[in-house]
Design a protein around this ligand. Sequence first.
Ligand SMILES: *Cc1c(COP(=O)(O)O)cnc(C)c1O
Length: 236
Amino acid sequence: MMEKLSAKEFDENYSRIIEKINLALEKSGREKDEVTLLAATKTVDVDTINYCIEKGINYIGENRVQEMLSKYEEISPVHHHFIGHLQTNKVKDIIDKVELIHSVHSLKLAKEISKQAQKIDKKMDILLEVNIGLEESKSGFLPDEIKEAVDQISKLENISLKGLMAIPPICENSEDNRKYFKKMYNLFVDIASQKLDNSSMEILSMGMSDDFDIAIEEGATLIRVGTALFGKRVYN
Ligand SMILES: *Cc1c(COP(=O)(O)O)cnc(C)c1O
């Protein structure tokens, strides 16, 4: 599925990322434990994922339901997150397996999550995805829809709203995304200040391989890293 990655290459990639995380934290005057590194494991084989867990990464995220299910049983117990586009009819397949769904992009999806969570007597932690670059091709709430969405979704019985997530536009220079990370942070703080029941703004999920350092400087609490850890993917 992916180009073969040696343990040594992984170890080197991982140390480089840790260094970069620490530098960004230091640069922005933040504490070491303020950022969670999640390994985005799409296309990565189970052995590599388990190796990465052994090395100390205990948050992993898949973005396709089928792929997640096919690997799930063989992966060491850790924090499993769902980070990709989720269709309403697939919610029931992952509801008992994941700890956090990052990518809730509509009220309809949130309602289905609450409904399925209720069936198994669970309160599901979610983030709302924000289409921060106002891109036609992307799902997620628009920035000016987000407050209304938070208001409605935080009322759903079996959901606990934990924060926001964004995938900014693809750009040539990662510095170009700084403005989107800033906007996300402002939304995050703004919503947190409303102190709504059933919602707490604890997690700001933003930053990937090319720009996680900038995201950290702008306030990310969770970064989702694939390529920089595992090498280039053959597809997607
Ligand atoms: C693949 C993926 C990532 C990681 O992307 P890289 O650029 O490989 O680090 C992060 N978030 C989501 C939602 C993804 O699908």
